[in-house]
Unconditional design. Structure first.
Length: 257
């Protein structure tokens, strides 16, 4: 299993789409260091480097990272089908279940990789602003950017780490959905388009009653800034992730490749 996992991570991170995603997610936050109108995004003003991760995540997690997730995770199946490498692998004495679950684990790890890349780029961009104690908020804790008073470096770091982990968790269902569509269509482009289309349709359903909205995946794409009790959102995201992952595994088991 470990050898399969290592193989899947090498293939995933070696893909051109993954390399591009890492380059963009890391370098995009560096733009903030040269952005003369950054205060348009944050009207209260940016006064600390600890605030840039929230700005970067706010821009990236809604569209950019889901797009990268859809393409790269879909390639875990689609690229191997097009290159003819998946069928020979399954002809070996390797259990199909282990193959698909190794792909699933790699896919579910990928959101954390991209979110971490985004945050590291943002922290690098924040060096000129400094990382000392300041009055305000990181945008990832109580009071968001306004804060609730003076914030120490340790507290700010804790909020950034918490926001990073929550952002990764909230994007896991998107990765699992992309893998599911990859198994369904056996084509990278079709699977990626289906993933983005599914997310877009869910966003359009905001016009429906609140009861329906609460169970939509896209209604929880601000989890990384939410405060208070997160249990309901975390349970729902876990259900989506496990559901998409298990369906993908069942389809893969019976799919003619």
């Amino acid at each position: 299993m470990l050898s399969l996992l290592s193989l899947e991570f090498r293939k995933m991170l070696g893909a051109r789409s993954a390399k591009l995603a890492l380059l963009v997610t890391f370098s995009l936050p560096l733009v903030w260091a040269f952005a003369p109108r950054l205060n348009v995004l944050v009207p209260v003003g940016i006064i600390s480097g600890w605030q840039l991760p929230a700005v970067s995540l706010g821009v990236a997690v809604q569209t950019l990272i889901p797009l990268f997730l859809a393409v790269t995770v879909a390639e875990l199946i689609g690229a191997e089908i097009s290159q003819g490498t998946l069928a020979p692998l399954l002809l070996r004495p390797v259990d199909r279940t282990r193959v698909i679950f190794s792909k699933l684990i790699a896919a579910l790890t990928y959101p954390f990789i991209l979110v971490t890349s985004t945050v590291l780029g943002a922290l690098l961009a924040g060096i000129p602003l400094g990382f000392g104690t300041f009055t305000g908020g990181t945008g990832l804790g109580p009071g968001l950017f306004v804060g609730v008073g003076e914030l120490s470096s340790a507290e700010a770091l804790g909020q950034v780490v918490r926001g990073t982990l929550l952002a990764g968790v909230m994007l896991m269902p998107t990765a699992a959905l992309a893998l599911l569509f990859g198994v369904m269509y056996l084509n990278t482009a079709a699977a990626a388009l289906a993933t983005i289309a599914a997310l877009s349709v869910m966003r359009l359903l905001v016009v429906f009653p609140e009861g329906l909205q609460r169970i939509l995946l896209t209604s929880h794409l601000n989890l990384y800034v939410q405060q208070g009790n997160l249990t309901e959102s975390l349970i729902l995201l876990l259900i989506y992730t496990l559901g998409f992952g298990l369906i993908a595994a069942l389809l893969f088991e019976n799919r003619d490749l």
